[in-house]
Structures are given as structure tokens and as C-alpha cells.
Design a protein around this ligand. Structure first.
Ligand code: PLP
Length: 337
């Protein structure tokens, strides 16, 4: 099928809830995509930040092939080694917590919010999130997402959420009542426009959570798995959160989400309180072990820092060239580097 035929198929049978580019993709390799009409495309945002080590990395494909011939899925009534191995790799690269596996970033955040309520014994029920945040599209996570455009059409949202301006410590302090069960923020707001949480802000969240007995949740769905130059975004500060959530690049192309909580907090998640049918399935986990091992072996977090410097340098050159050039009308570079 060419692109036009695929589009016609979609028009007839697929709900149109995405604004799609008119290209049907048939193959991915490294940082390139190939469309159904034979065009090669440089993919600058692979899979919405999922394919962090490139499309169809050979090690990942090999892990999927091996696992597919062995066991695809086993329900969580049983133990399976890939899930345990993946949890170990993640725990060792973060703060030594324990993992719950699910299938997406929103599900990981749902799990984190539910666990915070469980841990604070239901006496505390409120959540604070930051304006400009993005935490997902389920009812709880879209409520946590403090951007009105995502709320339109879904009111009333879940009760108990309040929003504060990002990086504003005074606003956080005044919103922090005794009923607050958790604060959830991104170390770097992705959808909100690449806003970086200051070290002081993360420290203030940590301190207030400790003082009030609340849970500090960091949404690392965009910032996790080496994308910022460290395994997790919080590692650029000296703050250790209680819970982190991850998805996207963790999967390397296969759907997975994970929530990691400290030993003490994770103990509240006992059988019957939360679950996922596909969460932690053997195929996704063995593939993700390959993702983590590849990132480590190839030194990709350091590579991200190096490439970042190069990109910033090049964009600055463009800024010099075009920003003050009268002949170049129509484009304004608004990147403040
Ligand atoms: N959290 C953050 C920071 C995100 O950027 C996203 C998705 O863009 C999500 C959560 C939701 O992840 P998913 O689309 O896998 O549910």
C-alpha cells in the first residue's frame, strides 16, 4: 500500500484523534524512517521520545526475537526472570527502590498517585502539580496535568488536585496543607516547553514532603533512561525522590511503563491494591534489559551531553545568522540559549 491508500484506510476505520503528517511509515532504522513511497526521513523526535537508541536497534531486535521464541507473556500470578532482571537494572541505576510495571507513562503516574494515597493511609488525599506539566491522558493524570487545554471537554475532573506555578517555592509552601498526599513534578517539563526544575525547587519539594509526611513523585517519563545525560533527571540535583515514573525511552519501541518507589513506600502496594495484565510481560522486559545494557555499553548518556553541546553551538550559529538578518523574514528564533 502506498501512503495515499493507507490514509484512505485510516479515514474509514481509525478514529481521527491525532493530527497526522501525510506519510505512512513502513520501516525504521537508526535515526531514519522510510515511508511507503520510498522516501527516507531523518527522525528528529523518534517515536515521541521512545526510540532513544534509534529505530530497530540490532540488540533490541535480537532480544525480542530470542524472547519471542521462548515466552511472550506470562501473567503476574507467576514469576519470570526478565521482569526481575529489568527491575534490578533500574533499581541499581536509580535510588535502590522497587518497581511496579505497567504499559505507559500515564499508567505509571496513576500507579504513583494511588500508591501515595495508600502510603499516607487515606488521611491525606490532595495532590499538588505544577502549571505547564504533562502527566498523561487518563482521568487522574489529565487532572494532574495542569494545562487547561487538556481539561476542555472533561470537566468535572477528579477532586483533590491543586496547581502551582513551576519553580515557585513560595506558591508551593502556601499550597502545602496537611491534607497533601503527594507533590508530582517533572524534573524538566517536556510538553510545557522544556522548563528545568531548579535544584532549589527540588530541594524545597523534598523538604516540605519530609516535614508534612507527603510523598515526592518525579515524573521521569520524558527525562528518564539517559536522555538528559544522567540515567534520571533528578540525578542532576542532590535530591532523592520517593517515587519516580518512567516509560517512553525505557521501552525502546515496545510499550512499557514503570513506577519505582522506595522500599518503605512500596510496601503499601499489597496484593489486590493495584495490578496490570500486561505489565512486566516477558517480551517487553527482556527487550528493555537490552535497551538498558546498550545505553550503558555505548555510553549514551555522555553522548547526549556531547551532542547537546554541538546542537546548542549550531543553533547559536543559526541565531547569529538569521535573527538580525532583514532578508530572512517569516522565521523568528525564540530559543534563548
Ligand atoms: N508524563 C510525561 C512527562 C510525558 O511527557 C508523557 C507523554 O508525553 C506522559 C507522562 C504520558 O505518557 P504516555 O503517553 O505513555 O501515557
Amino acid at each position: 500500500m502506498n501512503t495515499q491508500e493507507t490514509i484512505e484506510l485510516f479515514d474509514k476505520y481509525v478514529i481521527s484523534n491525532y493530527g497526522r503528517l501525510p506519510k505512512a511509515i513502513v520501516k525504521g532504522e537508526g535515526c531514519y524512517l522510510y515511508d511507503a513511497d520510498g522516501n527516507k526521513i531523518l527522525d528528529m523526535f523518534p517515536g515521541w521520545a521512545v526510540s532513544g537508541i534509534g529505530h530497530c536497534h540490532p540488540k533490541v531486535v535480537e532480544a525480542i526475537r530470542n524472547q519471542a521464541g521462548q515466552l511472550l507473556h506470562i501473567d503476574n500470578t507467576f514469576y519470570s526472570e526478565p521482569q526481575g532482571q529489568l527491575a534490578k537494572l533500574l533499581s541499581e541505576r536509580a535510588f535502590g527502590g522497587k518497581c511496579f510495571f505497567c504499559n505507559s507513562g500515564a499508567e505509571a503516574n496513576e500507579a504513583a498517585l494511588k500508591l501515595a494515597r495508600l502510603y499516607t493511609s487515606g488521611e491525606k488525599y490532595k495532590f499538588i502539580t505544577a502549571e505547564g506539566s504533562f502527566h498523561g491522558r487518563t482521568f487522574a493524570t489529565v487532572t494532574a496535568t495542569a494545562q487547561p487545554k487538556y481539561h476542555e471537554g472533561f470537566l468535572p475532573l477528579l477532586p483533590g488536585f491543586s496547581y502551582v506555578p513551576f519553580n515557585d517555592i513560595a506558591a508551593l509552601e502556601s499550597a502545602f496543607t496537611d491534607e497533601v498526599a503527594a507533590v508530582m513534578v517533572e524534573p524538566i517539563q517536556g510538553e510545557g516547553g522544556i522548563n528545568i526544575a531548579t535544584a532549589e525547587y527540588l530541594q524545597a519539594i523534598r523538604q516540605l514532603c519530609d516535614e508534612k509526611g507527603a510523598v515526592m513523585i518525579l515524573d521521569e517519563v520524558q527525562t528518564g533512561i539517559g536522555r538528559t545525560g544522567k540515567w534520571f533527571g533528578y540525578q542532576h540535583s542532590d535530591v532523592i525522590p520517593d517515587i519516580i515514573t518512567m516509560a517512553k525511552a525505557l521501552g525502546g519501541g515496545v510499550a512499557i511503563g514503570a513506577m519505582m518507589a522506595s522500599d518503605e513506600i512500596s510496601a503499601s502496594l499489597v496484593p489486590g491494591k493495584h495490578a496490570s495484565t500486561f505489565g512486566g510481560n516477558a517480551l517487553a522486559c527482556s527487550e528493555d534489559v537490552a535497551v538498558i545494557e546498550t545505553i550503558e555499553k555505548d555510553g549514551l548518556p555522555a553522548n547526549a551531553v556531547q551532542n547537546c553541546k554541538y546542537i546548542v553551538y549550531k543553533i547559536n550559529q543559526l541565531k547569529q545568522k538569521y535573527l538580525y538578518n532583514d532578508n530572512y523574514l517569516g522565521v523568528v528564533l525564540i530559543i534563548d540559549l
